[in-house]
Ligand binder design. Structure first.
Ligand SMILES: O=C(O)CCC(=O)C(=O)O
Length: 276
């Protein structure tokens, strides 16, 4: 995939992290808030270590943590294995995370049971998401917030997620299939994204993100994966989940984890199969 036309750094709102109103203002205006150092780094490192051990077991990494495979071979990460070992609930339930989530949602929080553990290998396109709004894939409500956090340092070469600031202001956009973007989770499935005419040309991504940093964004904010173009064999490992007001209706992904979702794609994609 071509690189986004214009990629700038995310605006850092860490100075407002304790001020719910200020956070909300930035979120409403930009469609995202980027905050540094919000999650306990020891816990994030523990999760990263679990992912490293699993990637070594899978033969993706060598025992010393370096990449054990070459870009042109067909090995792929076994996502189920990764999902099984990374105990992200500990992170989402940690008081620091819970307090932040309550602040941004302005009340009691429900964290989705589904968290995606993503490991993106250098030079691989499998699993990269096209420009899309999460509200298209997630039913039934649109009052959730996407939470994206790296388990290992990222930069524009290792990839991660890029967002189109203010794009949430357009509201929901009808999505189309992207035959070039195959899902790494639901093998054989094509991903959905906004039509080419709605693809923004201004994107923002963390120039550098570290364990503990977090990006929270609106369900209508258009966002996409950035490919891992690093030349030194770094694997991008990150978590993404969604949070919603505790009282809101809970859909399938709010109440089922990714392993359950993988085995019941018909429930996850119910809406899309109705409309395609
Ligand atoms: O982490 C990524 O590569 C993409 C994340 C994404 O598209 C999402 O959370 O919906």
């Amino acid at each position: 995939m071509e690189m986004p036309e214009q990629l700038t750094d995310l605006v850092d709102s860490t100075e407002f992290a304790d001020d719910a109103n200020a956070l909300r203002d930035v979120y409403d205006e930009q469609g995202y808030v980027f905050l540094r150092d919000q999650f306990p780094v020891e816990l994030v490192n523990e999760l990263r270590e679990a992912s490293t051990v699993e990637l070594i077991r899978q033969g993706i990494l060598a025992a010393d943590g370096s990449l054990a495979i070459t870009a042109d071979c067909t090995n792929r990460v076994d996502n189920e294995g990764l999902q099984r070992v990374v105990q992200y609930e500990k992170l989402w339930n940690h008081p620091q995370a819970q307090e932040l989530f309550k602040r941004v949602l302005d009340g009691p929080v429900w964290v989705f049971r589904q968290t995606l553990v993503r490991a993106t290998l250098p030079g691989r396109s499998l699993g990269l998401t096209p420009p899309h709004q999460c509200a298209w894939n997630i039913e039934p409500n649109d009052d959730f917030i996407v939470v994206w956090t790296p388990l290992a340092p990222t930069d524009h070469t290792v990839g991660g997620v890029a967002v189109a600031p203010k794009s949430h202001q357009q509201g929901p956009i009808e999505h189309v299939q992207y035959p070039t973007h195959l899902s790494a989770q639901h093998l054989g499935s094509v991903q959905w994204g906004v039509p080419e005419s709605s693809v923004p040309d201004h994107w923002a991504a963390g120039e550098r993100m570290y364990p503990g940093d977090v990006l929270l964004f609106h369900p209508y904010l258009i966002h996409r994966s950035l490919p891992n173009v690093s030349l030194d064999g770094q694997v991008r490992v990150s978590l993404d989940t969604r949070i919603q007001p505790f009282e809101s209706e809970r859909g399938y992904l709010a109440t089922h984890n990714q392993l359950e979702a993988l085995h019941h794609p018909e429930k996850v994609f119910e809406f899309q199969t109705q409309t395609s």
